[in-house]
Ligand binder design. Structure first.
Ligand code: SF4
Length: 508
């Protein structure tokens, strides 16, 4: 009876988080009266023997089944009920408890109510501490921002952290997310670094972890950290470490598919995603027909809905970007600033600098008040310096002089951006800056492409060797590098003029 009486706050919390949902409770007949008058409960279903009750319950469509008894009989009922979200509350492990008594390490056992609350996490309730693991490349980090914003909006955790590489920390710090640095290429490489991160996550007592990065290391880290809810992709190398999985739809934009991880959580405080939630993509549906073959969920795609400035933390009244531009001697009002990013981590993703220089020169012929702004990180300094020499005057070389935290604000003032397939491409197109991207060994079908009506991709579509690698490589495996060499400045300039006229075609 005590357990039944403790259900009262459970009903209240469910109703508070999902006011429009209908709450039904299955109890033995002797307890029906005890719960039937609860204002947050819509229906009492009396247990009538295993098979009869199961038949009765299976006649209905349930969104969620929460087993707060946790015995074999209720576990079997829950197992046979079709429902999108299922959970069983965790009883105290008696053996573990006795072991702790034996070792004289006992502390107060969690109250039943607290354990009930933990089970409610399946409905997005009580998810106060959430962490996202994203230790891939800059583009991946940038495209994780919409997911973080959506988590804030839908689940409203008290603490939202992100594990990322130290060099990508400014992307998240600018937005005031708590950053945990994983220097996996240096001091955190190997087992000692792995366990250091596991211990940091353990001490954070996170309620849930979302893992857009598909590496075995990230998935294992989530599991070893003992985080109860672990959401990741079916196609992750460590998919078996997750207890919530969504398909990785190749043809979908990376920002959208990252946000699919949230489909495993109902929204808190609204009925937008619960109980009338969108149908999740199922395993086996994850092989899209191609770029046009999939329609992202309409609630997603904020980068395509002009939300980029919000996502990248660019405030309209913020004077910092203008001050930065002034420090470079540029006038954003009078000058037509054309950004160019000739760098990329992978040499095969770099369009030749001579082509960039020719394109720049011809754009300046057309836009007489134009000025070329070369952008890049410290690793691109040399390449940008070479390009700047080819361009001559009317060039500002910002490579290595602007941190990632300031980059979105600075880029928001550009009138046009010409780039390789790289991280800044996602920032520019997300901000709504007309963007022309040159694609060589990679294709849009990987999900990393500039998004929005004012973006274009220039590529050689019918080259048989494309794509040759997911990220691009150091050398062309065929030795001819035709994927980039065949793209002429003429084509890129045409795409630039089209995008500036807002002509509506994603491919040039
Ligand atoms: S193999 Fe083809 S796609 Fe790959 S780098 Fe060479 S030319 Fe480009």
């Amino acid at each position: 009876m005590g357990d039944i009486a403790l259900l009262s706050p459970v009903f209240e919390e469910i109703k508070r988080a999902h006011p429009t949902c209908r709450v039904s409770c299955l109890v033995k007949g002797i307890y029906a009266d005890l719960v039937s008058r609860h204002p947050a409960l819509d229906e009492v279903i009396v247990f009538q023997g295993f098979w009869k009750t199961l038949r009765l319950l299976r006649q209905r469509q349930w969104d969620a089944v929460i087993d707060l008894h946790g015995v074999l009989r209720t576990r079997l009922i829950a197992f046979f009920l079709p429902a999108r979200w299922k959970t069983t509350y965790k009883k105290e492990d008696v053996l573990k408890r006795w072991g702790m008594v034996f070792l004289n390490k006992t502390g107060p056992a969690p109250h039943t109510i607290d354990r009930y609350r933990t089970a409610l996490a399946v409905l997005g309730i009580g998810l106060n501490k959430i962490v996202v693991l994203q230790t891939a490349f800059l583009g991946d980090a940038v495209l994780t921002l919409p997911l973080l914003k959506l988590i804030q909006e839908r689940l409203g955790p008290e603490r939202l952290s992100v594990v990322t590489r130290p060099e990508h920390a400014p992307v998240f710090e600018r937005e005031s997310f708590e950053v945990i640095k994983d220097d996996k290429r240096a001091k955190d490489s190997g087992w000692s670094g792995f366990w250091r991160l596991v211990n940091v996550l353990r001490s954070g007592s996170y309620d849930a972890v979302l893992v857009p990065h598909r590496s075995l290391r990230s998935a294992a880290m989530a599991w070893f950290a003992g985080i109860p809810i672990r959401a990741g992709f079916f196609s992750s190398a460590g998919w078996f470490f997750f207890n919530r999985r969504v398909p990785f739809v190749w043809s979908e934009h990376d920002a959208d598919r990252n946000m699919r991880l949230l489909e495993t959580f109902p929204s808190k405080g609204s009925n937008q995603n619960f109980p009338n939630s969108p149908r999740p993509v199922k395993r086996g549906e994850d092989k899209g027909e191609g770029f046009e073959g999939q329609t992202p969920h309409p609630a997603l795609s904020p980068l395509a809905q002009g939300e980029g400035k919000k996502i990248f933390g660019v405030e309209s009244g913020d004077l910092t970007p203008l001050r930065l531009w002034r420090s470079f001697g540029a006038d954003t009002e009078k000058e037509f600033l054309i950004g160019m990013a000739p760098g990329s981590k992978w040499p095969t993703k770099r369009w030749p600098v001579q082509h960039f220089a020719e394109t720049a020169g011809r754009l300046l012929d057309t836009h007489v008040n134009g000025r070329i702004v070369l952008t890049g990180g410290p690793e691109d300094k040399e390449l940008c310096a070479q390009t700047a020499v080819l361009l001559g005057s009317k060039t500002i070389n910002t490579a290595g002089r602007v941190g990632l935290g300031d980059l979105p604000g600075l880029m928001s003032q550009l009138r046009l951006f010409v780039t390789n397939d790289s991280g800044p491409m996602h920032i520019a197109s997300g901000l709504g800056v007309p963007t022309v991207a040159v694609f060589g060994p990679t294709v849009r079908g990987f999900g990393f492409f500039p998004k929005g009506p004012d973006s274009r991709v220039v590529e050689i579509e019918d080259l048989a060797c494309r794509p040759c690698s997911l990220h691009g490589g150091k050398h062309c495996p065929r030795g001819h590098f035709l994927c980039m060499r065949l793209i002429t400045p003429d084509r890129v300039i045409d795409a630039c003029e089209n995008v500036l006229k807002h002509e509506n075609s994603p491919v040039a």
